[in-house]
Structures are given as structure tokens and as C-alpha cells.
Design a protein around this ligand. Structure first.
Ligand SMILES: [Fe+2]
Length: 548
């Protein structure tokens, strides 16, 4: 009897010890996916666009910074230069480290630099020699790095072009997973340097995990947000080095996060997480659009964060391939929770329009579903329909873009994203098929950056400045957005995807005032809708709506 009496407290003690070792990933651990130390946005993963960005964005910015770090430090303080090609190291001179990164890029990425040059050379070849006659004779002249990876084509008016065989490029030496890594640090405020211009260098407070994005270790890391493990198991699963032990421990906590309160009502609940990120829940399904999430830290601006996501997300919907709508930083963190990820289909092979399906699959996402315009995906008591999305891509032939109509029960919500209503007839045709819509979510960033801001490194001919300025990445203005509202006889209108949340500066670089055109135009829309008895609001920070 005594032995039993002794055993119980010992067992209890051991249990307590074990419990004390269970650690979670802190909710303010910033995890930036990197490719060769640059933030992994959607064009840095497919080989051809990555090659062009390395040669025509990264090397140019690095060379400029090395020759004059002070002018970069001054430029990033100037609001007029926001989002420009300037490195932001908070005033610290990092010229030596940037020079080392540049040298490493030139030596270590010779394959990708050759691929980039080959793309320029091929464009030159077609311009000079493809005059409407058969292209077959030009195949031997295709630059060596592109041999076997392209098909030469004309459009119906004899304009020559080429299409890339993207699946083969992903299987070639040009897709080097060893360039991928995750950089971990703690985040305590909204300020982060702009991702397209500033590489991530070593700091004493950041640990780099050399794991490719498709690695199981990525899911293991992010499961730690809700499923604890002991330090040894965490370290071994991540392949973390001994010298990073203290740093890795500082990213972990024994504090258990509060469990997620699922929506159990009989209607629908939607929550705005900032920008174009909205979570829709019914008792049977959860849908997350354009996931771009804030971490959890003290702030004056209330917001939903990673901690406000359900354990299982049935559908993630991506509207288009701009870095503020498809964010690998967020997607990798929730990959293990996603049932299906739905992306717009593209034409296949255009340099400016890499396949999201291929990109995601190569980053370890399973169950990637492509949708074409007007495709419908049914789910229990509802459906998702892909709605055509025009414009907002500088008139480039980019087809990877879609709006989504979500029907659930009696409710219909249309997420138009950044669709620019340049052809009102298009929505008239859509309306003839889908009928009226209860709630419209529409982006109104109607100034937009010039087309070169994102696509400049892909351009092989010099783009005239005036042409660049005229072709913008702009969404709908007042008149265009109002036409959508009227066409679908919406009862509720929400302006979203405006990039106003301060925690988005690292991908958006926008600062509006009351005099900014997108604010003036969206204020007009809201006022006009309200005059007509339509619920209207420009979303900011967080919002929850329940519909019975
Ligand atoms: Fe966009």
C-alpha cells in the first residue's frame, strides 16, 4: 500500500516536469521566407521571374546602395520615395554586408543570371529575325540556357513572342530550393522595411533556418503555434544549430494560446483581418480570402491576427498574383490548416504571368485547385464562383486574376478584389448569369503604381516613361465601383484592399491623406451608397459582421 502511496506524487511530479517542457511558438515571432536573403514574394519563386528580379532589381539596388548608402538612408525617410528602390537599414551603414551579398549573388547565381540574359537575348532575336515567316529555323539560335524550355510563337498579327515551359523550369537547375530559408525574429511593432528593396541581413536577434519551403519542418514549426512540443524535439525537427539554442528558446513560450471560438450559428459570420483578407465562417465551412495576417503584439489599432484563425480552413481563395494578395509569409504559416487552396488559372508560359498552381505546388502546398472564369466550386450549402477580373495589371496579358462570388445559404458576397471596371458590359454579362448580389467588396486603389513597379525587371525592351506612367496597377474609381454596385443591386458595399493598415507597409508602401485620390473616390462611393440606403463602409483594421 505504501508503495502505491509513494508512486502517485512522483508520477504527478514527472507529469508536471513534462508539462513544463511543452513549448509553443510565440505569437509575435516574425517568420520571413527568403530566397537568397531577399523576401520571397511571388515572383521570386518561379525560376524565370526570379532570374529577372535578381539581375534587374536586386543587383541594381545593391550596386546603387554600395555606391551611396547615405542617399538610400535619406530616400527612405522621404514619404514621396515610399516603395522606391532604396534599402532601409534604419540609418545603419551596411555597405560591406551588401557588397558581400552582391558578390555572392554574382558568383553563386551564375545560372540564374545567365537565364535572365538569355531571356533578353531571345527577345532581341525575335525582334530582329522573326518577321512573320516560319519560326522553326530560329530554334538553333535560342540562347543555350533557354534551349528546350521555350516555344516560339506569333500572335495572329505576326507579332513574335515565346512561352516558357514552366513545369520543366521548376524541375531544372534554375529552381534551387537551397536558396530558400526562413528568418525568425520577434516583432513588436508595425514598422518593417519594404520587401522589394531591402534584403534581410544577419542580426544578433534573428535566426535563419535553412529549410526549403516544401519541407515538413515548415509545418512542424507553425504547428507549434497551437500544438506544443519539448525543446529537443523542436530543435531537431527544425534542424536548428547548437549556437542558435538561446535564440530559438527566446522564440518559444510555455503560455498556451486561447482556443479558437468557432462560429456555431445558423447563418454566416465574416471577419475582416485587414487589406483583402476576410474569413467567412458558417457552421459547416470556413473560407479565407487573400490571407495576409498581422502577428500578435501590443498596438493602438485593434486587429485580428494569426490567433484568430480556425484550426482547419476549408478553402483559401487567392484573387491575383500581387504581393499584397498572395503572401507566402502567411500562406506557409497556415499551410497545414488548409483543406484546398483555390487560385486563378493562367494562359501558361508568359514570363509576366507565372503559374500560381505550379508555384504553390513547388512550395509544398497540396490540393491546389485552379479555377477559370465562371467556374463554380460547390460546397455543402453553398458555392464559390470565379468572376472575371479585368485591368489593374498595366495592360499586360496577365490572366492569373479572379474575383469570387461566395454563396452560402441565402447570402451572396462578391469579392471583386482590385478588379478595375474598365468594361461595365462585362459585369452586365456576369449579372445576367449570377443575378443580384447582397454584399460587394471592392478595392479602390484607383491611382495605382506604374506598371514597371512590379513588372519592370521582366521588360526586355526599354519602357518609355510616359507609357509606364499611363499604364498603372489601378483599381476602380468612384464611377467604376458605383457601376458594379448598381449592376448587382447590392445592399451592402465594403471598400477594402486599400493597403491602409500600418502593418502592411512592408508590402504596400502606401500612405494616404484625406486628399489622396483613392480616399476621395471611396468617400464619394460610400456617401452615394448611404444616400441610397445601401450599407457602405471603407474597412480598416478589423470588422465583424453576423448575418442570420
Ligand atoms: Fe493588385
Amino acid at each position: 500500500m505504501q508503495s502505491y502511496a509513494l508512486e502517485t506524487p512522483i508520477k504527478k511530479f514527472q507529469y508536471k516536469e513534462m508539462r513544463a517542457q511543452e513549448l509553443y511558438l510565440k505569437p509575435n515571432v516574425l517568420v520571413e521566407p527568403l530566397v537568397d536573403r531577399w523576401y520571397a514574394w511571388a515572383h521570386l519563386i518561379p525560376p524565370a521571374t526570379a532570374a529577372r528580379n535578381i539581375s534587374h532589381r536586386h543587383l541594381r539596388i545593391m550596386n546603387s546602395y554600395i555606391s551611396s548608402p547615405e542617399s538610400h538612408a535619406a530616400a527612405v525617410k522621404n514619404p514621396a520615395m515610399l516603395g522606391g528602390p532604396f534599402m532601409d537599414f534604419d540609418g545603419v551603414n551596411k555597405a560591406e554586408e551588401v557588397a558581400a551579398l552582391r558578390d555572392q549573388t554574382i558568383c553563386g547565381r551564375a545560372d540564374l543570371l545567365a537565364l535572365s540574359q538569355a531571356i533578353s537575348d531571345l527577345a532581341g532575336l525575335l525582334e530582329n529575325k522573326a518577321q512573320g515567316f516560319s519560326l522553326e529555323g530560329l530554334y538553333p539560335e535560342i540562347p543555350a540556357p533557354l534551349q528546350g524550355y521555350v516555344e516560339l510563337v506569333y500572335d495572329l498579327n505576326n507579332h513574335p513572342s515565346f512561352r516558357l515551359l514552366e513545369p520543366l523550369l521548376f524541375k531544372s537547375q534554375y529552381y534551387d530550393r537551397s536558396l530558400q530559408s526562413l528568418m525568425l525574429s520577434e516583432i513588436t511593432g508595425d514598422d518593417r522595411p519594404f520587401v522589394l528593396s531591402t534584403p534581410r541581413l544577419n542580426t544578433p536577434h534573428a535566426a535563419e533556418l535553412k529549410v526549403p519551403f516544401d519541407s515538413e519542418a515548415v509545418d512542424n514549426l507553425f504547428r507549434l503555434k497551437t500544438e506544443p512540443d519539448c525543446f529537443c524535439a523542436i530543435k531537431s525537427a527544425l534542424g536548428s544549430r547548437d549556437e542558435d539554442d538561446a535564440l530559438l528558446k527566446s522564440f518559444l513560450t510555455a503560455n498556451k494560446p486561447a482556443p479558437y471560438q468557432k462560429y456555431e450559428g445558423s447563418g454566416v459570420r465574416w471577419r475582416y483581418f485587414g487589406h483583402a483578407c476576410i474569413l467567412i465562417e458558417t457552421a459547416g465551412v470556413s473560407i479565407l480570402l487573400d490571407p495576409v495576417l498581422s502577428y500578435t503584439y501590443e498596438s493602438d489599432i485593434s486587429r485580428y491576427t494569426y490567433e484568430d484563425l480556425p484550426e482547419k480552413i476549408d478553402f483559401v481563395l487567392i484573387t491575383h498574383n500581387h504581393q499584397d494578395h498572395i503572401l507566402f509569409e502567411t500562406l506557409l504559416q497556415i499551410r497545414h490548416r488548409i483543406g484546398a487552396i483555390v487560385v486563378p488559372r493562367n494562359g501558361g508560359g508568359a514570363l509576366q504571368d507565372p503559374s500560381l498552381k505550379l508555384t504553390l505546388k513547388n512550395c509544398g502546398f497540396r490540393n491546389v485547385t485552379e479555377v477559370a472564369e465562371m467556374d463554380e466550386l460547390p460546397f455543402r450549402q453553398g458555392s464559390i464562383t470565379a468572376i472575371p477580373f479585368l485591368g489593374e495589371h498595366g495592360d499586360l496579358n496577365v490572366q492569373t486574376k479572379t474575383g469570387y462570388l461566395i454563396r452560402t445559404g441565402r447570402h451572396s458576397l462578391l469579392f471583386a478584389a482590385d478588379s478595375c471596371n474598365i468594361s461595365a458590359k462585362m459585369y452586365e454579362h456576369v449579372h445576367a448569369d449570377i443575378g443580384d448580389v447582397d454584399a460587394l467588396f471592392v478595392g479602390m486603389e484607383c491611382d495605382g503604381a506604374p506598371v514597371s513597379w512590379i513588372y519592370g525587371p521582366l521588360v526586355t525592351n526599354k519602357l518609355d516613361r510616359r507609357m509606364d506612367q499611363s499604364r498603372r496597377l489601378a483599381g476602380s474609381n468612384f464611377a467604376k465601383a458605383l457601376a458594379i454596385v448598381e449592376q448587382f443591386r447590392c445592399k451592402e458595399v465594403y471598400v477594402y484592399a486599400m493597403g491602409q493598415e500600418p502593418w502592411l507597409n512592408y508590402i504596400m508602401s502606401l500612405k494616404y491623406t484625406e486628399m489622396s485620390n483613392p480616399i476621395i473616390e471611396s468617400n464619394r462611393l460610400i456617401a452615394t451608397c448611404r444616400e441610397r440606403g445601401i450599407v457602405a463602409e471603407r474597412l480598416f483594421g478589423e470588422k465583424e459582421i453576423l448575418r442570420p
